[in-house]
Design a protein around this ligand. Structure first.
Ligand code: GLC
Length: 465
């Protein structure tokens, strides 16, 4: 064995030893996946690193409901949650839509190229919504899946391949709640529980790397589900996968309660404020999911020709507000029945991408703070730099709370000559109104010490509005 080889062998052995030691330290028996409720804070952060860096992803709600142009699942009359105004399609009509689902213009490659052009770093795709229809040829219920449509192609396969090809992280949305499966919540729910866990395993076994599992609500009691087995499978099949907080959301706790370990496991990695921007929160990750289509009834997830496309201004401010609150934005599109993303939505996405190509350093890889965000805008930071995203000035100035560090330089990245006056009581910024950006003026403040040190007792600094 030559020296090079020996060094290599030794380092492999050392690595193996470290892995064994770390798993042992975390109490994980050999051969079992490391579950997040047993991992250290450092291990958790390492798993979340790409997602924090990414900040911006694409959500896609699509399926046979698009044929009708009515809200996915919710427009099926007779579902157990009454949303007056949303129920428009008799169940037997809704349940036959798949026979007409033939999206001949579907081009996963073009969609993923668009996501990249938008500056997005990941995509979350609906594999099965509450209506129970599977977008892949599942062996478990093929009769109500893409295999039973005139289209037949495995949409999940094409999505996964295209996401991988374009270097986007891939997330599967999967609704545990199922309004058409005959076994859902029937009796002790054993049959359905086994069915959906097997479906999730299909999705995590057959499509290469999957980076996120985005569950969406369930009903019933804790005893109706084997969540421990579900989570064991998730991490066995896709070590390092991120999971949202909805795997057991809306489960009744009246009759039985989960063991504390299980409760923390099913809380997953991040919170999911829906159709709103999350509040500032930097002690637990979060991701706002928001539709690009705005509908009066609060829907707009799937293709809704009656809705309005949110403007570039609105979307950009949502992104900046998420980042400055220390969260991500998962922006949703609902493609047409023929398989296209609406041209006006694609145009807004491309504009966002062009903006990010210029000012992305103020979003990607940053954390929210140290100023608390609000109507005025917000701040992100990275190392010794703070990026202000100013939506509203007070005439030509903006008054912020004082910084502990010395300000070395202030630059208006969006243009103009900004001046900064650092006092003991305040940090005063001035920028002529003509030089302020109408949507988001981005100002970079360079400090002589880490921006993270500016938080007081872990809290962001309040800005008087
Ligand atoms: C809600 C809705 C659903 C949508 C989801 C996205 O739970 O039921 O239509 O898919 O939110 O967050």
């Amino acid at each position: 064995m030559n020296t090079r080889c020996r060094v290599k062998t030794l380092s492999v052995m050392a690595a193996l030893f470290i892995v064994m030691f770390v798993s042992r330290a975390a109490g994980v028996p050999a051969g079992e996946p490391l579950l997040p409720n047993l991992e250290s804070a450092g291990q958790r952060e390492a798993r979340l690193a790409w997602w924090r860096e990414a900040r911006f992803g694409l959500f896609i709600h699509w399926g046979p409901a698009s044929v009708n142009g009515t809200e996915i699942s919710w427009s099926r009359r007779g579902h157990p949650h009454d949303h007056p105004g949303l129920e428009s399609v008799p169940a037997e009509v809704y349940d036959a839509l798949y026979q007409r689902f033939n999206p001949v213009k579907f081009d996963a490659d073009a969609w993923m190229q668009l996501a990249r052009d938008a500056g997005m770093k990941y995509v979350v795709f609906i594999t099965k919504h509450h209506d129970g229809f599977s977008m892949w040829p599942t062996k478990l219920r093929p009769e109500y899946s893409i295999a039973a449509t005139p289209f037949q192609r495995d949409i999940c396969r094409e999505m996964a391949d295209a996401a991988h090809k374009h270097g986007l992280k891939l997330g599967w949305y999967y609704s545990t709640r199922d309004w058409t499966h005959p076994d859902y919540l029937a009796g002790d729910n054993r049959k359905y529980d086994a069915f959906y866990r097997a479906q999730v395993c299909e999705l995590l076994s057959n499509y290469g790397r999957v980076d996120m599992l985005w569950f969406d609500h369930v009903a019933g009691n804790w005893r109706d589900y084997d969540f421990q087995d579900l989570f064991n499978s998730l991490y066995r099949l896709q070590p390092g996968i991120l999971v949202n907080d909805r795997a057991a959301r809306f489960i009744r706790e009246t009759q039985d309660k989960p063991a504390p370990d299980l409760a923390s496991l099913v809380r997953g990695d991040f919170d999911t404020p829906e159709q709103r921007i999350g509040k500032f929160q930097n002690d637990r990750p979060w991701e706002s999911c928001v539709t690009m289509t705005e509908c009066k009834d609060g829907g707009g997830w799937s293709y809704r020709p009656d809705g309005r496309t949110r403007t570039f201004e609105e979307c950009l401010r949502m992104l900046a507000s998420c980042a400055s609150g220390d969260g991500n934005l998962l922006l949703n599109v609902g493609p047409t029945p023929s398989g296209e993303i609406l041209a006006e939505q694609a145009a807004v996405l491309r504009k966002l991408g062009a903006w990010l190509a210029q000012y992305g350093e103020s979003i990607y890889g940053t954390r929210g703070g140290p100023f608390r965000n609000g109507e005025w805008g917000g701040a992100t930071y990275k190392d010794k730099a703070i990026y202000l995203h100013v939506f509203r000035w007070n005439g030509d100035h903006l008054k912020l709370p004082p910084l502990k560090a010395r300000l070395l330089k202030a630059t208006a990245l969006t243009g103009g000559d900004v001046t900064a006056e650092q006092g003991r009581k305040a940090l005063q910024l001035r920028l002529a109104p003509a030089q302020q950006d109408q949507i988001d003026t981005v100002i970079k403040l360079e400090l002589d010490a880490p921006a993270a040190d500016e938080f007081r007792n872990g809290q962001p600094l309040a800005v008087a509005e």
